[in-house]
Design a protein around this ligand. Structure first.
Ligand SMILES: Cc1cc2nc3c(=O)[nH]c(=O)nc-3n(C[C@H](O)[C@H](O)[C@H](O)COP(=O)(O)O)c2cc1C
Length: 146
């Protein structure tokens, strides 16, 4: 069973709610979970001691990709998190009416890969209100790779 860390950035609570749902599913399947808001996480060596790290962030901005405010310093210092060879899953909430639907998820995924993380399959991009079935099936798929 894996020791997992979930770090999320969420302004209106959607990505936070998704993080809680993911945590419950992981715990139900025997994994241990530490869940932290991006506003409170200590980025230096963040991933140390964990087998898998889940990064969740909503997308803001209009004609460019803006990460959720609390997640910006985490993203900027992601090279200090110790993601090399670490299993990483990325998720976030957005709205497909915007040009860059869940653009934050894409840039976090790309940077994690550049830093040597091993991505646990496709990311989860939630359009509008979080959907329980979508979260469950994605988390179950991720767990098969943990
Ligand atoms: C001003 C504004 C800009 C937004 N820009 C984007 C965007 O570029 N891409 C996207 O997918 N969603 C965008 N959204 C939608 C939010 O990401 C969405 O409401 C999300 O559920 C918020 O998640 P949170 O509550 O976890 O912060 C935007 C919303 C607002 C109000």
């Amino acid at each position: 069973m894996s020791k997992t860390l979930i770090v999320y950035g969420s302004t209106t609570g959607n990505t936070e709610a998704v993080s809680d749902d993911i945590a419950k599913i992981l715990e139900k399947n025997g994994h241990s979970v530490k869940i932290q808001s991006a506003a409170e996480v200590k980025i230096d060596g963040m991933a140390e001691g964990f087998d898998a790290v889940f990064l969740g962030c909503s997308t803001w901005g209009d004609d460019e990709i803006e990460l959720q405010d609390d997640f910006i310093p985490v993203f900027d210092d992601l090279d200090k998190a110790g993601l090399k060879d670490k299993k990483v899953a990325v998720f976030g909430c957005g709205d497909s009416a915007y040009e860059y639907f869940c653009g934050a998820v894409d840039v976090i995924e790309e940077k994690s890969e550049q830093l040597g993380a091993v991505l646990l399959g496709d990311s989860l991009k939630i359009d509008g209100d979080p959907d329980a079935d979508e979260i469950t099936s994605w988390t179950e798929a991720v767990m098969t790779k943990m």
